[in-house]
Design a protein around this ligand. Structure first.
Ligand code: HMG
Ligand code: MG
Length: 298
């Protein structure tokens, strides 16, 4: 198969990028970041998640973020939801798409969403039905596709069967997460090939974290397999609170530049994207400095 002529980037920085920040990021910063990402030409943007605030405090203001976002007529704002409670919050917030998130590893499923893989899939089925009834898009994630922080190696066949189940319950797209950036190019390719035997590659997305600096190479290794959606986070922000040591997603800036070198269009303006990256890194530096400053005694 040949390389795609165009790749759609799903910008996950405002969610995956910020969910693990040690200091609370002001709502205005999240909104300002998303406005700049839109201005850079990104249209598929993950705005946050409706999960337990006890589990992931950084995403507790997702409703407030969504309420302040400009319209996104050319694309959609996606939010993560683990259950019907999250779905109802997403619907009330006007999300265009919800993303359900499963794992190919039992231990990670327990750590991340406090249930087994089978329980999670059973819990997602009514979410999928509700999304369909409400005309809201449905995306799925499979985590730990190239390795698990608790179990180590993960069989591609396990990834494929969870991905297929997500499609069966109604996901239009399934994103394959190398949650801890454990994979290498040959392994990424073998995994996508195995999954593509059960799920058409046009319905797959690559969601690679960059812990060992291999995410771009891993993406390249899969691009001629019929996949044309890549998840990325501006400035390489991110990590997962339930995967110790996992660093950020592959940087959107790197993906846009690498794809341009291959002659693949993304519709993203690199200069405006760089401005979004500067904005969020300066805001995070400020938030961290504010958190470090001793409380005033005046
Ligand atoms: P639980 O404790 O088993 O659930 O957590 P529960 O049903 O017993 O509820 C516990 C409390 O959470 C209750 O509140 C519920 O109301 C509340 P309390 O009575 O204690 O005050 N609750 C909720 N609150 C808000 N929104 C909700 C919601 N549901 C329950 N939707 C649960 C189970 C799934 C809720 C929890 O484990 C959770 O929120 N996990 C989310 C973890 C998470 O967000 N992880 C990061 C995202 S995944 C990721 O980063 C990977 C990805 O990027 C791909 C990759 O890289 O691989 C997508
Ligand atoms: Mg992730």
């Amino acid at each position: 198969m040949t390389l795609p002529s165009r790749v759609r980037i799903v910008e996950v920085g405002p969610r995956d990028g910020l969910q693990n920040e040690p200091v609370l990021v002001p709502t205005a910063v999240k909104v300002g970041l998303i406005e700049r990402l839109l201005a850079a030409g990104l249209t598929s943007i993950e705005g946050g998640s409706f999960v337990s605030a006890r589990w992931v405090p950084q995403m507790a203001d997702t409703a407030a973020v969504m309420a302040r976002l400009p319209p996104n007529p050319a694309g959609r704002y996606t939010v993560l939801v683990p259950n019907l409670k999250g779905f109802e919050a997403a619907r009330a917030a006007g999300a265009g798409e919800v993303a359900i998130f499963a794992s190919a590893s039992e231990a990670f499923s327990q750590a991340n969403i406090n249930c087994s893989i089978a329980e999670s899939l059973a819990r997602f089925a009514p979410v999928a039905a509700a999304a369909r009834a409400a005309g809201i898009g449905l995306r799925g994630y499979v985590s730990c596709v190239l390795g698990c922080p608790y179990e180590g190696a993960v069989a591609p066949q396990a990834v494929a069967s969870v991905a297929r189940r997500l499609v069966e319950i109604g996901c239009r797209e399934v994103s394959l997460g190398d949650t801890i950036g454990a994979g290498a190019p040959d392994q990424a390719r073998a995994c996508v090939e195995t999954v593509a035997a059960l799920v058409p590659p046009e319905r797959l997305a690559l969601h690679f974290h960059d812990t060992r600096g291999l995410a771009l190479a891993n993406i390249r290794a899969c691009l001629d397999l019929g996949v044309s959606v890549v998840d990325a986070a501006v400035a390489g922000l991110g990590g997962c609170p339930y995967a110790a040591g996992a660093t950020g997603n592959v940087a959107t800036e790197g993906v846009v530049a690498d794809l341009a070198r291959l002659g693949i269009a993304t519709g993203v303006d690199p200069a405006r994207l760089a401005e979004a990256g500067r904005f969020v890194t300066e805001a995070l530096a400020q938030a961290r400095a504010d958190a470090d400053r001793p409380a005033s005694t005046a």
